[in-house]
Ligand binder design. Structure first.
Ligand code: NZQ
Ligand code: ZN
Length: 385
């Protein structure tokens, strides 16, 4: 296990009725920018509940509605302007990962003199930020408890992740009941996203990071158990609660710190979203099994077999390569059971932009378990067609 410093400042209030903790926003001042998406929080009644609590404690609310899935830099800029014009003290996101990500960059942009896109391209330019709070309504990204934000400029087919400790939420409210209204499509996509976050951390060459590996396996088993239940019974509290907590733990550093991970499927997927504006989790569900096929070889078979035996309860007697292949088949089968797409053409993607997408993905480092070149990425895209 490698050295690491583990630090999470985010206070989590988890469970039914925890929305009452919104009163704690008074600790950060008086003026709140309320950030939300396309209307799901109005339909569910959460918007009215939150507005009443904020008004009861005399907080003054300015609104940034309409954050898009795959949030756009234009919306971030609108938010920054509102912060500067209204003397905003804190940013409250109510929604899924897109809303929280947008809120994070708005919070940083409010303290920055230049254009917020600079902060997306280079997280080290975030030197100050307004406090960020969130009420999560979709189990997926883990943005409620991490330092990352992913913002798109679709006019340039750009989608990049940025990050800073300064935008980690100060407090996040996780009430699983707020996820009852999440559609089957988004429930499945969110599950694939959480699984991918865990895979990105699990497949590492670092020896002896056993705590991280066993945590990964436990979280994967939890998703495999509960995601189909949430799909069939959207208001099953136990299922929604387990999905929600897995989402936060999958990407808050618990699984990655000390395990030296460089992600690979995510950079590939972000290119698909940047060019085709597809749902992040669906892109991951398509690419993941093909990445596994590509990454499996004599050197990596033992790790895939460990995954197969510990997550899918596959035979301890069969040889590693056999178990590894079965584990990949189980992964495919699970995504199919969750009604996730299994090929790029199902989400309207052909090979038109493979070269440029692979080039852009390969511009950063892609993967440490099995490092990927531009050509490797193209061959994974081709297999996934
Ligand atoms: O916009 P509204 O009306 O709220 O509807 C949203 C949206 O249409 C809807 N939704 C959310 N909660 C709901 C609900 N519908 C009914 N009931 C509810 N309770 O779901 C749709 C998708 O929402 P979105 O926020 O886009 O989904 P998600 O949470 O999956 O976020 C995806 C974004 O996060 C980025 C992705 O790339 C993508 O841009 N990521 C962020 C990460 C991070 N911050 O750490 C890491 C991830 O790997 C990921 O890249
Ligand atoms: Zn993700």
């Amino acid at each position: 296990m490698n050295n690491f410093t583990y630090s999470i400042p985010t206070v989590i209030h988890f469970g039914k009725g925890m929305i009452s903790h919104l009163t704690e926003l008074t600790e950060s001042g008086k003026n709140v920018l309320l950030v939300y998406g396309g209307g799901s929080i109005k339909r569910s009644g959460l918007y009215d509940t939150a507005k009443k609590i904020l008004s009861d404690v005399q907080l003054v609310v300015t609104e940034l509605p309409g954050v898009e899935p795959n949030p756009r830099i234009e919306t971030v800029r609108r938010g920054v302007k509102l912060c500067k014009e209204n003397n905003i003290d804190m940013v409250l996101a109510i929604g899924g990962g897109s809303t929280i990500d947008c809120a994070k960059v708005v919070a940083a942009g409010a303290k920055y003199d230049g254009d917020a896109w600079d902060l997306v391209l280079d997280g080290s330019k975030i030197t100050a930020a307004l406090p960020v709070y969130s009420v999560l309504t979709l189990s997926a990204t883990g943005s409620e408890m991490d330092e990352f934000a992913v913002i798109s400029d679709l006019s340039k087919n750009e989608k990049w992740g940025t990050g800073s400790d300064l935008v980690k939420p100060k407090m996040s409210i996780l009430d699983p009941e707020y996820t009852y209204t999440v559609s089957p499509k988004q429930t499945s996509a969110g599950t694939a996203d959480m699984m991918s976050h865990i895979f990105e951390n699990y497949f590492t060459n670092v020896k002896g990071a056993a705590v991280q590996a066993r945590l990964c396996e436990g979280l994967l088993k939890t998703l495999i158990q509960y995601a189909p239940i949430a799909l069939k019974h959207p208001t099953d509290y136990e299922a929604r609660a387990n999905l929600m907590w897995v989402g936060s733990l999958a990407i808050n550093g618990l699984l990655s710190d000390g395990a030296d991970v460089t992600w690979c499927v995510h950079p590939m997927e972000h290119e698909l979203s940047a060019f085709y504006d597809i749902t992040h989790g669906e892109g991951l569900a398509i690419l993941t099994p093909f990445w596994m096929d590509f990454a499996l070889n004599e050197q990596t078979a033992a790790k895939f077999a460990e995954y197969g035996r510990n997550v899918w309860n596959l035979s301890i007697k069969d040889d590693d390569m056999t178990v590894a292949k079965q584990a990949i088949a189980c992964t495919r089968e699970f995504f199919k059971k969750m009604n996730l797409p299994a090929s790029l053409h199902e989400v309207g993607i052909d090979d038109t932009y493979f070269d440029i997408m692979a080039q852009k993905a390969a511009d950063g480092s892609v993967g440490s378990f099995v490092p990927l070149s531009k050509e490797d990425i193209i061959s994974i895209f081709r297999a996934a067609l």
